[in-house]
Ligand binder design. Sequence first.
Ligand code: ATP
Length: 582
Amino acid sequence: MQLDNHQDTSIDGLKERVLELAKRRGFLWPSYEIYGGVAGLWDYGPFGAMLKHRVESAWRDIFVVGESALPIETPTIGVEELFLASGHLSNFVDLIVECVNCHTALRADHVVTEYLKSRGIAADLCDPGIAGACVPSSEKTQQLIDSHGITCPDCGGPLGKVHDFNLMFTTHIGPGTQRKGYLRPETAQGIFADFPRLLRFHRDRLPFGVAQIGKSYRNEISPRQGVIRLREFTQAEAEVFVDPREKNHHPRFDEVANVEINILSKDFVGTASVKSACERNIIAHEYLAYFIARCQEFFIRVGVRESRLRFRQHLPDEMAHYAVDCWDAEGLTQHGWIELAGIADRTDYDLRQHERQSGLQMAVFVPYEAPKEVERIVVRPNMGYLGPKYKGKAKQVAAFLSGISNPEGAIVFDGQVVDPEGYAIETVRESISGDFVTPHVIEPSFGIDRSIYTILEHAYDEDTIDGERRVVLRLSPHIAPVEVAVFPLVKALNEKALEVFRLLRRAGLLVEYDDSGTIGRRYRRQDEIGTPFAVTIDHETIENSTVTVRDRDTTKQVRSSIESLADVLREMLVHGFDKKSF
Ligand code: ATP
């Protein structure tokens, strides 16, 4: 599946080069640059926007079309009740510390880890059980600042007190201050709020998946790493609602059972198939393992290199208290291993929280294949005894007794033991047709912007062609913003080249036409934006209606007739220049 194996990982200053290329060639621009820019806000330029669109399409193909999931779109502004229920208003915090001198706000745990790392001191903020995991507490962070005398990394000034900072952006809905609103920090809560309607839409059956791609907002304290930590970013999330008793039986598990993944967990480090990871209890159940495998399929399709992708299991104290098992898909970049996606078993926590907050039932009636005969022990009130004993209260006592199922020991009403003469205990047989269950949620949650940065970094390469150094983005043809470039060799061939350009555009290919500068320069420009193929119209074209097709990665060329050109290119885009599978 790997597109290329030429990447030179020893390129000096790779992250700076990638960012410089991304800015220069219209992939990524700092937002509001003419007004000085704002940390954590980035624009996608024309090639970036097309690349992003194609990455999102690849995600949709796998997680919506491929899973028959229900796609929805909910507002980016959420109401207070939504985030009271989800816990974001009370718990969605990071550690902040301000410089007393220059007043820069800093992410306290990051300041400490970077300081310790730069001095070769093991960052004891991190749990030693598993590399890369870090669960900072404000007390520990404060202690480390004090004991190491850590100062402001910007001006060297003293740091203030470490405290919590809530990452939610607030707003008001409507004029005045009638209703508080919050920009959503994840797309998932909109899905949970729609659960009763989604369930009805899916005709009250489990399991089903719901997917949403959209913007999320987090008022990150100190976003300094390009598009890796943004204040506005795009998430692609699927919430899969499943009967908790079925979590270890994914109906399509066979399709992914042999997919091998790189694992970093407390109990296992290495490569294993998702099936064996499940059997060895490394991954909690088949549903999680299934989506971990699909997650890998997505990343490989969009060009994240398999050898630089790993699945890291959260430590128990790193996980939300309600979660059963969580995995991060991490990509290795020049910023280190970064979290690109999270795959979590959120249990029934969210639905129960919204049930509590809204007062609406979120449980699903799951019918049995056939009704079941069950025995139940019931309490039959004896009114002949209860009437004289409890008088006006007798009916109330009788109703209480009738409501008891499978009694154990003495029965107490209003703090007093009811005399055994007041009731009889009987075994009855009854037929029941199903149970009410609150679904559990398995969530694959992707950060599109971080994925795009990783794709760019993994695709970036420099090599030498005909004695000349070139920069080439070895993007997967699935997501390249331009699929084919069309060049006339000389100006006199412009008309013919434009004809070929229009032909390919009509055939639905993403084509760009370029007639400026030398042919060599034109190839370099396309190599830099990752265009897989370039078609050149030369003198032979006029004689025999053929053109050259040049491969970006090898720079090899073949001739193709104009008549079959669109088909040839389509095939190459899927199977490679030599018709090998990508
Ligand atoms: P982090 O620990 O890096 O802050 P997170 O664990 O809070 O991330 P999740 O809540 O699991 O992230 O969000 C799902 C995905 O959304 C992440 O895997 C990541 O790719 C992306 N994401 C989260 N926060 C940001 C951000 N500030 N900027 C860009 N992408 C983000």
